[in-house]
Ligand binder design. Structure first.
Ligand SMILES: Nc1ncnc2c1ncn2[C@@H]1O[C@H](COP(=O)(O)OP(=O)(O)OP(=O)(O)O)[C@@H](O)[C@H]1O
Ligand SMILES: [Mg+2]
Length: 333
């Protein structure tokens, strides 16, 4: 079964074709990072225009490069939310028009569900497992019971993990996005120089705003020429220790046979290595190219949702009221 996946929830215009939820035929991503750099974060109006400029050609070229035509596709899968509403609408309108024109089934996907499905790409992973979802806008521990049954056990009470990386990156004077740039800086730093606090929240929840304030206060007290690499490494050490500790605790509590991680922050090598070293159960993580937003994970999600969903109106698996497909807004600035 061939599914075309379209993702425009934030600052990547992404289109992919995936066979049977796992085999990536083609995966194209146009990143808007350079456009948003001058704003230090994603500017929604700029994101919308940039998606509109490239989406039609990207869809056409994605099919062309692998010699697949619309008649070969079984369905079209598109991100419905959460994300920037005006960006989401660009992808949704494109997918809807294509589905009507070529008479294809249209499958709406929750973006977070998509991130989890990035782990099925080019992999034999099967549920059940416990998942740590760490992205730019979300931080959750999710009990994944089957391909379509989930239970969120806890989440961040304030900033998302990727957001915390981005904010501290900005504080250190690094370009947007902070996460990957902070990781690069941290390589030359000592993670044990600065002792930073760990939030006291319940076992499955997270909080990063206290840590952010602690870093801010520390920087105010330090001399101007303080070692930024040491601070980046100490921050990264603190955050990754917390993430690893919590997901391992969750796996033990639930007796989960596997730990899975998903979302942009899982590109972080310190997190990946630490978890592999310390986890008592097998760890699954997305291929680096599928950690941040991409169309392949949305196509994969569409495949696993295809039989559970009959109508577009019941597509948001994460929505409390499943009859609602309202696009959820979340400002990232
Ligand atoms: N190597 C890295 N180390 C730490 N953080 C990283 C790394 N690479 C990316 N990130 C962070 O991941 C986030 C982007 O991930 P992703 O694309 O999943 O988020 P999003 O789609 O913007 O948010 P969401 O998925 O919650 O809607 C950014 O906050 C970025 O800084
Ligand atoms: Mg994302």
């Amino acid at each position: 079964m061939l599914i075309l996946g379209i993702e425009t929830s934030c600052d990547e215009t992404a289109v992919a074709i995936v066979e049977d939820g796992r085999k990536v035929i083609v995966n194209n991503v146009i990143s808007q990072i350079e456009l948003h750099k001058e704003f230090g974060g994603v500017k929604p109006s700029v994101a919308k225009l940039a998606h509109e400029e490239v989406i039609d050609d990207l869809v056409e070229n994605t099919l062309k490069t692998v010699n697949i035509s619309f008649k070969d596709l079984d369905a079209i899968s598109v991100t419905l939310g959460p994300g920037l509403v005006i960006s989401l609408l660009v992808g949704f309108k494109t997918a809807k028009n294509l589905a009507l024109l070529y008479k294809k089934k249209l499958i709406g996907v929750n973006h977070l569900f998509g991130h989890i499905c990035s782990n099925y790409l080019e992999s034999t992973l099967e549920p059940p497992f416990v998942c740590l979802l760490v992205s730019g806008g979300h931080t959750q521990i999710i009990n994944v019971k089957t391909y379509t049954e989930y239970e969120a056990l806890g989440s961040t009470l304030d900033d998302a993990c990727g957001e915390a990386f981005d904010k501290i990156g900005r504080l250190l004077g690094l370009p947007y996005p902070g996460g990957p740039n902070l990781e690069k800086l941290a390589y030359s730093g000592n993670p044990n120089v600065f002792k930073l606090p760990e939030a006291k929240v319940s076992v499955y929840d997270f909080s990063f705003s206290g840590l952010k304030t602690a870093v801010l206060r520390l920087v105010e007290k330090l001399p101007e020429d303080y070692n930024k690499a040491d601070l980046a490494a100490s921050f990264q050490e603190n955050v990754t220790n917390t993430l690893v500790k919590k997901i391992i605790f969750a796996s033990e509590k639930l007796n989960a046979p596997k730990i899975v991680i998903a979302g942009g922050v899982t590109a972080n090598q310190t997190l990946r290595k630490k978890l592999q070293e310390l986890s008592p159960v097998p760890v699954f993580m997305p291929n680096l190219k599928y950690c941040t937003d991409n169309g392949a994970m949305i196509a994969s999600a569409g495949y696993f949702l295809k039989d559970t969903i009959q109508e577009l109106e019941t597509m948001d698996v994460f929505a409390k009221d499943s009859s609602s497909v309202k696009l959820k807004a979340s400002s990232r600035l």
